[in-house]
Design a protein around this ligand. Structure first.
Ligand code: ITT
Length: 185
């Protein structure tokens, strides 16, 4: 089966490819725009995005909306994570966190998948901490400043290891379970 992964972010596609490697699913990167509504919920962005892409005629696809929620910043950048990454970047986030003792944060990922008329929406969460400096060169986005366990950052470990604990890895495992249950893979 071919599955269109609609995103501007090639890092996401690599993570999906690693998770789906044992199944007969070919990931196709579709670098295409859909509207990301302003809302406090990742699920709402995904729901609207799926409806729009389906209405435009796309079939057998998945999208995801993700974010980094930092407790000391009242959940910021959260649903504004793409904007936060573009404007502040990791250095800007670390600056906001200077002198802040509470380093707890969580990554969330909501995946929406449409196969034929079957619709699956799942969300994965990965709790962890904001580091004091950027570490590592793997991955993308906020990976160098986030650690799930206070040890290595997500940018210091290979994709396969990130996938075992990450928000996207957890959501993908849930998606794979659903696809199996419905006999789609
Ligand atoms: P698409 O919306 O086109 O899929 P995007 O990179 O803008 O790509 P999101 O809006 O879902 O994706 O992501 C919001 C931000 O959070 C963005 O800057 C990502 O780089 C970052 N992000 C998402 N998942 C991440 C992860 O697993 N590790 C590090 N940063 C991540």
């Amino acid at each position: 089966m071919k599955l269109n992964v609609v995103t501007h972010n090639p890092g996401k596609v690599k993570e999906y490819q690693a998770e789906f490697s044992e199944f007969d699913v070919q990931m196709v990167h579709v670098n295409r725009e859909y509207d990301e509504v302003q809302t406090a919920y990742l699920e709402e962005v995904v729901d609207k995005g799926m409806k729009q892409l389906y209405a435009e005629g796309l079939r057998d696809f998945m999208i995801d909306d993700s974010g980094l929620f930092i407790n000391a910043l009242k959940g910021f950048p959260g649903v504004y994570s793409a904007y936060g990454q573009k404007t502040l970047g990791n250095k800007g986030i670390l600056k906001l966190m200077e002198g802040v003792e509470d380093r707890t944060a969580s990554f969330k990922c909501c995946i929406g998948c449409m196969i034929g008329e079957e619709r699956i929406v799942v969300t994965g969460t990965c709790p962890g901490y904001i580091l004091y400096e950027e570490r590592g060169t793997e991955g993308f986005g906020y990976d160098p400043i986030f650690t799930p366990n206070g040890e290595q950052s997500f940018a210091e470990i290979p994709i396969e290891q990130k996938n075992t604990v990450s928000h996207r890895g957890i959501a993908t495992a849930m998606l794979i379970d659903e696809l199996k249950k419905r006999g789609l893979i």
